[in-house]
Design a protein around this ligand. Structure first.
Ligand SMILES: O=C(O)CCC(=O)C(=O)O
Length: 243
């Protein structure tokens, strides 16, 4: 399969809980995609600071980014050929945007069992200066308790820092058009954006048909979309990709 991961890469993902960066498209191509998203999607409904959810369900450009073979082939190397796209988030950090605290995604998610692989796709260049995501290698091997975040953070709950060692954290600096993979327990964060450059990323969330998504904890009409292979189990409600 094109873009399949090697055995060594799969082993590295299992050991570190993240992998990449990889190229989805060139920076020039991503600039064209970003201009179209700005014109067609964000002009009428700007992404809020923080979360902007699951527009792959009603926007073909967003769906095509989420279901891009460069992402899905690599995910299939790890989780097999049957894959469900169950969620996507635009994470916008304008100048002055607050911190996304250290956290494990599984703390917030309605998945049973809690199994997910994410691709974080850079729509703008993401650097330390404009608040790229940081990950902690190997942190997915422990479930970390979460506590209320202090005022001013972008998430209401965060990892209890008694259980998190940030000294080995890695800054995932990406050119526009690149992405990295991480799993549902990899502890990650992004700092406040103290630069004058916007930082927009798209987080693509994929699981397998053995997982049941509790749609009631998301929004009315929420469904998964089969992005590879087939869903032989039907535990989660499914929709077709948008036209
Ligand atoms: O983009 C960010 O700043 C945070 C990303 C994140 O928390 C995620 O993708 O789960």
């Amino acid at each position: 399969m094109a873009d399949a991961l090697t055995r060594d890469q799969i082993e590295q993902f299992r050991q570190d809980g993240y992998l990449g960066p990889f190229a989805l498209c060139s920076p020039d191509e991503m600039a064209r995609i970003a201009a179209r998203l700005d014109a067609d999607l964000f002009a009428s409904e700007p992404p809020q600071q923080g979360l902007y959810q699951s527009r792959h369900l009603d926007n073909r450009q967003v769906y095509d980014l989420c279901a891009h073979p460069a992402i899905i082939s690599r995910m299939a190397s790890i989780y097999g050929p049957d894959l469900l796209l169950w969620r996507s988030h635009f994470f916008l950090k304008e100048q002055g945007a607050a911190e996304v605290p250290w956290h494990q995604d599984t703390n917030y998610w309605p998945l049973e069992p809690p199994l997910n692989i994410s691709a974080w796709v850079a729509i703008d260049d993401a650097t330390v200066e404009n608040a790229c995501v940081h990950v902690i290698p190997g942190s997915h091997q422990t479930v970390v308790p979460h506590v209320r975040s202090p005022e001013g953070m972008l998430f209401a709950e965060m990892a209890d820092m008694e259980y998190v060692d940030t000294t080995t954290a890695v800054a995932m600096e990406l050119r526009a058009g690149e992405f990295f993979l991480f799993n549902e327990r990899t502890v990650h964060q992004s700092a406040p954006n103290n630069s004058d450059r916007r930082r927009l990323g798209l987080a693509v969330r994929v699981t397998t048909p053995v997982v049941c998504v509790d749609h009631r904890r998301l929004f009315p009409g929420h469904k998964v979309v089969v992005v590879s292979g087939e869903d032989r189990l039907g535990f989660s409600d499914a929709a077709d990709p948008p036209d």
